[in-house]
Design a protein. Structure first.
Length: 216
């Protein structure tokens, strides 16, 4: 049975076109097979060339983080979605937010909205971590220090704090950041990011974290 054979061949839940065509290479018309698998609900098309297994055939929930990396790249999950994932803000972001050295972009898909914000290439490259979803798969995500720096840089253009205290009040009152999580940010990492970002808000963030005892 094609459905079971495909499931046995693919370890993860997320499949791009190359992997799918390789798994179906023994069939005469693999593209027709893909259409049939989608129609039967074996696969769900996220966007052109990217699929996940349907609920009946999934071994685990698909990863929106992995999908974010695959939908548009190079990219790194950051901003609100990463902050919520790191436990810095309480709200789960409705959109999976990422940064990219390419242009701003968004995609509405069966897995939700995926939003990409432009970040200068040198800023994009610093502070990137890798999160493992399962033994066979992982995705790029901003470290908590980078995710916060990205949010201040890209998503709060009208907020112009003058002092570390003003910035800290904004983080706690407006963004509703968890104070204990803020205190656990790594000051050394923040300083490395600030050296590259060269932005007033990032510099104030370093000083604000020093005031609340950020760790090194």
């Amino acid at each position: 049975m094609l459905e079971r054979r495909l499931r046995n061949l693919v370890a993860g839940e997320e499949l791009d076109y190359t992997l799918l065509m390789s798994a179906l290479s023994g069939y005469k018309r693999p593209r027709d097979k893909i259409t049939s698998l989608i129609r039967k609900g074996v696969l769900v098309r996220i966007k052109k060339g990217l699929y996940v297994f349907g609920p009946e055939f999934a071994h685990r929930p698909y990863s929106r983080g992995i999908l974010a990396n695959l939908i548009f790249g190079p990219s790194c999950v950051s901003l609100q979605y990463a902050l919520a994932r790191h436990g810095l803000i309480p709200e789960q972001a409705a959109s999976v937010t990422s940064v990219t050295p390419k242009r701003n972009k968004f995609f509405d898909t069966p897995a939700g909205r995926f939003t990409y914000r432009y970040l200068r290439p040198d800023r994009y490259a610093v502070g990137v971590a890798r999160e493992t979803v399962a033994e066979e798969s992982s995705f790029l995500i901003a470290a908590p220090e980078k995710a916060l720096a990205d949010l201040l840089l890209l998503s709060a253009p009208d907020h112009r704090p003058e002092t570390p205290g003003e910035l800290l009040r904004y983080l706690l009152d407006d963004l509703r950041c968890d104070e204990e999580s803020l205190a656990n940010l790594n000051s050394n990492h923040l300083e490395e990011i600030a050296e590259v970002y060269r932005n007033r808000k990032t510099d104030l963030l370093v000083r604000a974290m020093e005031e609340i005892g950020g760790k090194r």
